[in-house]
Design a protein around this ligand. Structure first.
Ligand code: ADP
Ligand code: ADP
Length: 229
Protein backbone atom coordinates (compact mmCIF):
# COMPACT_ATOMS: atom_id res chain seq x y z
CA UNK A 1 0.00 0.00 0.00
CA UNK A 2 1.20 3.51 -0.77
CA UNK A 3 1.86 6.39 1.60
CA UNK A 4 0.35 9.81 0.98
CA UNK A 5 1.97 13.11 1.86
CA UNK A 6 0.51 16.59 1.59
CA UNK A 7 3.63 18.69 1.89
CA UNK A 8 3.02 22.32 2.83
CA UNK A 9 0.09 22.61 0.42
CA UNK A 10 -1.31 26.06 -0.33
CA UNK A 11 -4.46 26.22 -2.43
CA UNK A 12 -7.36 28.50 -3.32
CA UNK A 13 -10.08 28.12 -5.94
CA UNK A 14 -9.80 31.85 -6.55
CA UNK A 15 -6.49 33.71 -6.42
CA UNK A 16 -7.81 36.15 -3.84
CA UNK A 17 -9.07 33.53 -1.40
CA UNK A 18 -6.75 30.92 0.06
CA UNK A 19 -8.50 27.75 1.27
CA UNK A 20 -5.55 25.60 2.40
CA UNK A 21 -2.81 27.52 4.18
CA UNK A 22 0.34 25.40 3.97
CA UNK A 23 -1.23 22.12 4.97
CA UNK A 24 0.99 19.17 5.81
CA UNK A 25 -0.62 15.74 6.26
CA UNK A 26 1.46 12.63 6.56
CA UNK A 27 -0.38 9.39 5.93
CA UNK A 28 1.85 6.35 6.34
CA UNK A 29 1.33 3.36 4.05
CA UNK A 30 -1.57 1.16 5.09
CA UNK A 31 -2.88 3.54 7.72
CA UNK A 32 -6.50 4.47 8.14
CA UNK A 33 -6.75 8.14 8.85
CA UNK A 34 -9.67 10.48 9.26
CA UNK A 35 -10.10 14.15 8.55
CA UNK A 36 -12.64 16.05 10.62
CA UNK A 37 -13.47 19.69 11.04
CA UNK A 38 -16.25 22.20 10.61
CA UNK A 39 -18.04 22.67 7.33
CA UNK A 40 -15.94 24.81 4.99
CA UNK A 41 -12.64 23.82 6.64
CA UNK A 42 -11.30 22.42 3.36
CA UNK A 43 -11.83 18.68 3.88
CA UNK A 44 -13.34 17.88 0.48
CA UNK A 45 -10.80 20.13 -1.19
CA UNK A 46 -8.11 17.69 -0.05
CA UNK A 47 -9.83 14.93 -2.03
CA UNK A 48 -10.16 17.12 -5.11
CA UNK A 49 -6.43 17.89 -5.00
CA UNK A 50 -5.58 14.22 -4.59
CA UNK A 51 -7.57 13.44 -7.76
CA UNK A 52 -5.91 16.42 -9.45
CA UNK A 53 -9.18 18.19 -10.26
CA UNK A 54 -7.02 21.11 -9.13
CA UNK A 55 -3.31 21.51 -8.40
CA UNK A 56 -1.83 23.28 -5.36
CA UNK A 57 -0.66 26.87 -5.71
CA UNK A 58 2.47 25.78 -3.90
CA UNK A 59 3.63 22.72 -2.02
CA UNK A 60 3.43 19.15 -3.23
CA UNK A 61 1.33 16.02 -2.94
CA UNK A 62 3.28 12.80 -2.97
CA UNK A 63 2.08 9.21 -3.31
CA UNK A 64 4.83 6.83 -2.27
CA UNK A 65 7.29 9.66 -2.50
CA UNK A 66 6.32 10.58 -6.05
CA UNK A 67 4.81 13.96 -6.88
CA UNK A 68 1.35 13.23 -8.31
CA UNK A 69 1.98 15.83 -11.02
CA UNK A 70 4.49 13.40 -12.53
CA UNK A 71 2.09 10.44 -12.47
CA UNK A 72 -0.14 9.69 -15.46
CA UNK A 73 -3.88 10.26 -14.99
CA UNK A 74 -4.36 6.61 -15.70
CA UNK A 75 -2.17 5.33 -12.89
CA UNK A 76 -3.44 8.02 -10.54
CA UNK A 77 -7.00 6.85 -11.19
CA UNK A 78 -5.96 3.25 -10.68
CA UNK A 79 -4.42 4.11 -7.32
CA UNK A 80 -7.46 5.94 -5.96
CA UNK A 81 -10.98 4.92 -5.12
CA UNK A 82 -13.56 7.38 -3.89
CA UNK A 83 -16.93 7.01 -2.25
CA UNK A 84 -18.76 10.35 -2.06
CA UNK A 85 -21.74 11.12 0.18
CA UNK A 86 -24.37 10.96 -2.53
CA UNK A 87 -23.40 8.36 -5.05
CA UNK A 88 -25.22 8.25 -8.33
CA UNK A 89 -26.26 4.82 -9.55
CA UNK A 90 -27.15 3.78 -13.07
CA UNK A 91 -30.67 2.77 -13.95
CA UNK A 92 -29.49 -0.83 -14.25
CA UNK A 93 -29.13 -3.89 -12.07
CA UNK A 94 -27.21 -3.88 -8.79
CA UNK A 95 -24.67 -6.23 -10.40
CA UNK A 96 -24.17 -3.84 -13.32
CA UNK A 97 -23.59 -0.96 -10.94
CA UNK A 98 -21.04 -2.86 -8.92
CA UNK A 99 -19.25 -4.08 -12.04
CA UNK A 100 -19.24 -0.63 -13.62
CA UNK A 101 -15.91 -0.16 -15.36
CA UNK A 102 -15.41 -3.88 -15.94
CA UNK A 103 -17.39 -4.23 -19.09
CA UNK A 104 -19.36 -7.38 -19.57
CA UNK A 105 -18.87 -8.83 -16.12
CA UNK A 106 -21.77 -11.17 -15.37
CA UNK A 107 -23.43 -11.50 -11.99
CA UNK A 108 -21.52 -14.69 -11.17
CA UNK A 109 -18.26 -12.91 -11.84
CA UNK A 110 -19.35 -9.89 -9.82
CA UNK A 111 -20.28 -12.12 -6.93
CA UNK A 112 -16.93 -13.88 -7.08
CA UNK A 113 -15.02 -10.58 -7.14
CA UNK A 114 -17.12 -9.21 -4.30
CA UNK A 115 -16.48 -12.28 -2.17
CA UNK A 116 -12.78 -12.15 -2.93
CA UNK A 117 -12.67 -8.52 -1.86
CA UNK A 118 -14.51 -9.41 1.38
CA UNK A 119 -17.43 -7.26 0.25
CA UNK A 120 -20.06 -9.92 0.46
CA UNK A 121 -21.42 -8.80 3.88
CA UNK A 122 -22.15 -5.44 2.29
CA UNK A 123 -24.01 -6.88 -0.67
CA UNK A 124 -25.73 -9.72 1.12
CA UNK A 125 -27.98 -7.25 2.91
CA UNK A 126 -29.32 -5.88 -0.35
CA UNK A 127 -32.79 -6.96 -1.40
CA UNK A 128 -33.13 -9.78 -3.92
CA UNK A 129 -29.57 -9.99 -5.13
CA UNK A 130 -27.43 -8.70 -7.93
CA UNK A 131 -30.02 -8.97 -10.71
CA UNK A 132 -32.35 -6.50 -9.00
CA UNK A 133 -33.03 -3.44 -11.13
CA UNK A 134 -32.13 -0.11 -9.59
CA UNK A 135 -34.13 3.01 -10.38
CA UNK A 136 -37.52 4.05 -11.58
CA UNK A 137 -38.68 0.84 -13.24
CA UNK A 138 -37.20 -1.38 -10.59
CA UNK A 139 -36.75 -1.33 -6.92
CA UNK A 140 -36.22 1.95 -5.15
CA UNK A 141 -33.15 1.47 -3.04
CA UNK A 142 -32.93 3.20 0.31
CA UNK A 143 -30.06 5.60 1.01
CA UNK A 144 -28.22 2.89 2.90
CA UNK A 145 -28.67 0.34 0.12
CA UNK A 146 -27.45 2.83 -2.46
CA UNK A 147 -24.34 3.53 -0.43
CA UNK A 148 -23.69 -0.20 -0.03
CA UNK A 149 -23.74 -0.55 -3.82
CA UNK A 150 -21.54 2.53 -4.28
CA UNK A 151 -19.00 1.29 -1.74
CA UNK A 152 -18.92 -2.15 -3.34
CA UNK A 153 -18.47 -0.55 -6.79
CA UNK A 154 -15.40 1.32 -5.59
CA UNK A 155 -13.89 -1.43 -3.48
CA UNK A 156 -14.30 -4.26 -5.93
CA UNK A 157 -11.57 -2.56 -7.98
CA UNK A 158 -9.22 -2.92 -5.02
CA UNK A 159 -7.92 0.65 -5.00
CA UNK A 160 -4.70 0.88 -2.95
CA UNK A 161 -5.87 4.24 -1.58
CA UNK A 162 -9.45 4.68 -0.49
CA UNK A 163 -11.07 8.07 0.00
CA UNK A 164 -14.39 8.13 1.81
CA UNK A 165 -15.88 11.60 1.61
CA UNK A 166 -18.73 11.63 4.13
CA UNK A 167 -19.66 8.25 2.68
CA UNK A 168 -22.07 7.39 5.49
CA UNK A 169 -22.85 10.83 6.90
CA UNK A 170 -26.31 11.07 5.34
CA UNK A 171 -27.46 7.73 6.78
CA UNK A 172 -29.14 6.96 10.08
CA UNK A 173 -26.81 5.91 12.88
CA UNK A 174 -27.72 2.24 12.74
CA UNK A 175 -27.18 1.87 9.01
CA UNK A 176 -23.99 3.87 9.33
CA UNK A 177 -22.61 1.58 12.06
CA UNK A 178 -23.55 -1.44 10.00
CA UNK A 179 -21.71 -0.21 6.92
CA UNK A 180 -18.73 1.02 8.92
CA UNK A 181 -18.25 -2.43 10.41
CA UNK A 182 -17.82 -3.93 6.94
CA UNK A 183 -15.73 -1.01 5.74
CA UNK A 184 -13.43 -1.38 8.69
CA UNK A 185 -12.68 -4.98 7.81
CA UNK A 186 -12.14 -4.14 4.14
CA UNK A 187 -10.08 -0.99 4.67
CA UNK A 188 -7.61 -2.81 6.87
CA UNK A 189 -5.46 -3.77 3.92
CA UNK A 190 -5.17 -0.35 2.38
CA UNK A 191 -4.34 3.27 2.94
CA UNK A 192 -7.59 5.00 3.69
CA UNK A 193 -8.67 8.57 4.23
CA UNK A 194 -12.07 9.09 5.73
CA UNK A 195 -13.62 12.52 5.73
CA UNK A 196 -16.26 12.78 8.43
CA UNK A 197 -17.98 15.25 10.65
CA UNK A 198 -18.87 13.02 13.58
CA UNK A 199 -15.91 12.04 15.73
CA UNK A 200 -17.79 8.96 16.97
CA UNK A 201 -17.72 7.32 13.53
CA UNK A 202 -13.93 7.39 13.23
CA UNK A 203 -12.91 6.17 16.67
CA UNK A 204 -10.83 3.40 15.09
CA UNK A 205 -8.70 5.65 12.87
CA UNK A 206 -4.94 5.35 13.36
CA UNK A 207 -4.68 9.13 13.17
CA UNK A 208 -7.31 11.84 13.15
CA UNK A 209 -6.47 15.18 11.54
CA UNK A 210 -8.57 18.08 12.76
CA UNK A 211 -8.80 20.75 10.11
CA UNK A 212 -9.90 24.31 10.82
CA UNK A 213 -10.05 27.03 8.18
CA UNK A 214 -7.53 25.27 5.98
CA UNK A 215 -5.04 24.64 8.75
CA UNK A 216 -4.20 21.55 10.75
CA UNK A 217 -5.55 22.39 14.20
CA UNK A 218 -4.80 19.07 15.88
CA UNK A 219 -3.63 15.57 15.11
CA UNK A 220 -3.81 12.42 17.19
CA UNK A 221 -5.74 9.28 18.02
CA UNK A 222 -9.35 9.44 19.15
CA UNK A 223 -8.18 9.01 22.77
CA UNK A 224 -5.57 11.79 22.38
CA UNK A 225 -8.18 14.20 21.10
CA UNK A 226 -10.72 13.38 23.80
CA UNK A 227 -8.05 13.85 26.47
CA UNK A 228 -7.24 17.31 25.14
CA UNK A 229 -10.84 18.45 24.91
P1 ADP B 1 -15.42 21.03 3.74
O1 ADP B 1 -15.33 19.77 2.94
O2 ADP B 1 -14.50 21.04 4.91
O3 ADP B 1 -16.80 21.39 4.15
P2 ADP B 1 -14.62 22.27 1.25
O4 ADP B 1 -13.28 21.72 1.01
O5 ADP B 1 -15.76 21.71 0.50
O6 ADP B 1 -14.92 22.24 2.83
O7 ADP B 1 -14.62 23.83 0.98
C1 ADP B 1 -13.66 24.71 1.57
C2 ADP B 1 -13.96 26.12 1.13
O8 ADP B 1 -13.78 26.21 -0.27
C3 ADP B 1 -15.38 26.57 1.41
O9 ADP B 1 -15.32 27.90 1.87
C4 ADP B 1 -16.06 26.50 0.08
O10 ADP B 1 -17.05 27.46 -0.02
C5 ADP B 1 -14.93 26.75 -0.88
N1 ADP B 1 -15.14 26.07 -2.17
C6 ADP B 1 -15.39 24.76 -2.36
N2 ADP B 1 -15.49 24.46 -3.66
C7 ADP B 1 -15.30 25.61 -4.33
C8 ADP B 1 -15.28 25.96 -5.72
N3 ADP B 1 -15.48 25.04 -6.67
N4 ADP B 1 -15.07 27.27 -6.04
C9 ADP B 1 -14.88 28.19 -5.08
N5 ADP B 1 -14.87 27.93 -3.75
C10 ADP B 1 -15.08 26.66 -3.38
P1 ADP C 1 -12.40 5.00 -12.74
O1 ADP C 1 -13.51 4.54 -13.61
O2 ADP C 1 -11.46 5.96 -13.39
O3 ADP C 1 -11.70 3.91 -11.98
P2 ADP C 1 -14.22 5.36 -10.58
O4 ADP C 1 -15.29 4.67 -11.31
O5 ADP C 1 -13.57 4.70 -9.41
O6 ADP C 1 -13.08 5.89 -11.60
O7 ADP C 1 -14.84 6.71 -10.10
C1 ADP C 1 -14.06 7.60 -9.40
C2 ADP C 1 -14.26 8.91 -10.08
O8 ADP C 1 -15.43 9.53 -9.60
C3 ADP C 1 -13.15 9.90 -9.80
O9 ADP C 1 -12.10 9.76 -10.69
C4 ADP C 1 -13.84 11.22 -9.98
O10 ADP C 1 -13.67 11.68 -11.29
C5 ADP C 1 -15.31 10.92 -9.79
N1 ADP C 1 -15.97 11.57 -8.64
C6 ADP C 1 -17.30 11.53 -8.46
N2 ADP C 1 -17.65 12.22 -7.40
C7 ADP C 1 -16.52 12.70 -6.85
C8 ADP C 1 -16.24 13.52 -5.70
N3 ADP C 1 -17.18 13.96 -4.87
N4 ADP C 1 -14.96 13.83 -5.44
C9 ADP C 1 -14.00 13.38 -6.24
N5 ADP C 1 -14.21 12.61 -7.33
C10 ADP C 1 -15.46 12.28 -7.64
Amino acid sequence: QPSVLFDNVVFGYDPDRTILHGLTLEIPAGQQVAIVGPSGAGKSTIGRLLFRFYDPTSGRILIDGQDIKTVTQRSLRAALGIVPQDSVLFNESIGYNIAYGRDGAGDAEVEKAARAAALWPLIQRLPKGLATQVGERGLKLSGGEKQRVAIARTLVKNPPILLLDEATSALDTRTEQDILATLHAVAEHRTSISIAHRLSTIADADTIFVLDQGRLAEQGTHADLLRRE
